[in-house]
Design a protein around this ligand. Structure first.
Ligand SMILES: [Zn+2]
Length: 242
């Protein structure tokens, strides 16, 4: 675990530098009442408060996404929420940005291993220096089996493109795609999930970007970058599904 966290922290520093925040008001978390695994580190004080339920609401979780409550019972650290004039809330979704986590995902073959990776990435994000995040920075994460996981609640602004997080949904694909190739299951999920979100929030293809198209970074790695160029283009799967 220690080695994993160390590697995670190093890769997060090297791979996917994210944007962050100033201080804002105290924000509540949505209800998380499903049973969750015990994280392998000492959890910080829980800062979870219920939000009003939003069945069918603007930020409600699509049925094809695994809820956050399945991999963590931790809330976010309210004092670190990004300020954009909306108390750390996402507001309207106007754009989507695709990332990798810059961590080798070739040994992630089960949901349990994906859950541990999610916990590692969250731990890296809330302990990063000099600007630790309120929580995992991304809103959704796709694992090598093609599962889509809820990460930071979409109700809150993410921390994934420095200075450009406003109204920006962050989607991460597990892996280091400078070196690895994404699995076909992950790419199929990425295409259909991004297209689903584009339709849902009326985001057109001009506003679906990769991290390196918005800031100087290797993220999401050359192999996923090449795929993103193709799939958004004429005849690409994402373009056809959207
Ligand atoms: Zn990134």
């Amino acid at each position: 675990m220690q080695q994993g966290l160390l590697l995670g922290g190093m890769a997060l520093l090297a791979g996917c530098r994210n944007g962050q925040p100033a201080k804002t008001a105290q924000i509540a978390w949505p209800n998380q009442d499903a049973p969750s695994p015990t994280p392998p580190w000492t959890p910080p004080t829980r800062q979870v408060e219920p939000l009003p339920p939003t069945p069918g609401g603007y930020y409600s979780l699509p049925s094809n996404v695994i809820p956050r409550s399945q991999w963590t019972d931790q809330g976010l650290i309210k004092s670190r929420l990004t300020s954009n004039g909306q108390d750390g809330k996402m507001g309207k979704i106007l754009r989507i940005t695709v990332h990798h986590d810059a961590l080798d995902s070739s040994r992630i073959n089960t949901r349990g291993e994906a859950m541990r990776r999610l916990q590692t990435v969250r731990q890296g994000h809330i302990t990063r220096r000099p600007e630790p995040f309120a929580d995992i920075g991304y809103h959704f994460v796709i694992d090598p089996m093609g599962n889509v996981w809820e990460a930071r609640s979409l109700y809150y602004q993410g921390a994934h493109v420095k200075g450009q997080n406003e109204n920006n949904m962050g989607i991460m694909v597990m892996g280091n795609f400078e070196f690895q190739r994404p699995t076909s299951a992950a790419l199929q999920s990425l295409d259909s999930f991004v297209a689903q979100q584009m339709r849902r929030y009326n985001v057109d293809m001009r506003h679906v970007k990769t991290h390196q198209e918005m800031a100087p970074t290797e993220c999401p790695g050359q192999n996923l970058q090449r795929y993103m160029v193709a799939t958004r283009g004429r005849g690409g799967n994402m373009a056809r599904y959207a």
